[in-house]
Design a binder for this molecule. Sequence first.
Ligand code: ADP
Ligand code: MG
Length: 368
Amino acid sequence: MIEFDDVSKTYPNGARAIEKLSLTAQTGKLTVLVGPSGCGKTTSLRMVNRLIRPSSGTIRLNGDDAARLDETELRRRVGYVIQHVGLFPHRTVEHNVAVTARLTGKPRRQAVEVARELLERVGLGSEFFRRYPWQLSGGQQQRVGVARALAAESEFMLMDEPFSAVDPVVRSQLQDEFLRLQREFGKTIVMVTHDVDEALRLGDRIAVFREGGHIAQFDTPEVLLTAPKDDFVATFLGSERGYRSLAFRSGVRVRPAPVPTVTLDERSGPSGPASDEWRLAVGGSGRPIGWLPPFEPVERERLLPCGATAGPDASLRDLLNAALSSPSSAGLVLDDDGGVAGVVPIDAVLPEIAAGTRATSPNEGAPC
Ligand code: ADP
Ligand code: MG
């Protein structure tokens, strides 16, 4: 774990970036520091690997005082990923990753093998191995940065706004893949972001910072959303707090219902009887390809897009989103293999939401 014990930082110009910060980032968990710009997040992070020296207080890495660790050991134990990944421009992608693998003492050949394996893990196949950083998109470069940090096999990983330089769609994909990797590797990570959605999506625990490097609240995403300590936290988490909190309520009690399906046979044209129901068109492999409105002939041109789909472990937010974005008002639930598990109509989701709301929010406390 990483412990901040009464840590303060005042810059030489008198700027008080951090005051008396005490915080523990648990082993194997992802701790997020989130807050408005200038509130001391980057300063806190960079004090862990001593790129910035604290003015007072102690930071411990699994019990070892970071101030006393040998520089090389500190670099080896603490990986660092930043917004602009800082790849070596004249080295190929695989060598950028292999360089850090070599720091762990691996011989050259083995370091390259490890680099290739990790690149594949972060979604960069063999066609990328020999490219140079400038031949990659921003999102791909960021993946290389993550692979490089993993190659160091460090106990701890510090990430400063790692995904904020890429566009929203790529960012969302990177976050998903990063979560998958984190489930597998279980690193002790401290990540800085100013993006509330990113914090709520990735963090096991989130420290909400306010001006002057004070922690306004340090809790799980669920507690932050349902029980913000004060107006600052509530406002920072945004007006969609109620809706977002559905992401932490399981949809397991809303069982998917069977859905009538049709298959399209492109060679024979329209097939199957007309129906007064919405039907789901599925491809040869059983994967959904679109919704067919009632009374329409079975033709590809008649299909409407499926909308958002929900997975087997969907939250109530996922199910609500699937239902609201489906033209049939029934959210599509997929199984682990991408096949159709069934549908969840909006009127099956809403009572479940209402039931939990009544159970968990007694009408007490401060007036609105
Ligand atoms: P954040 O990452 O939350 O945006 P920072 O940790 O970068 O915030 O900055 C915290 C405060 O410290 C800000 O007021 C910033 O202006 C100040 N600061 C950061 N770096 C320096 C520096 N090198 N010298 C002087 N002041 C700094
Ligand atoms: Mg910063």
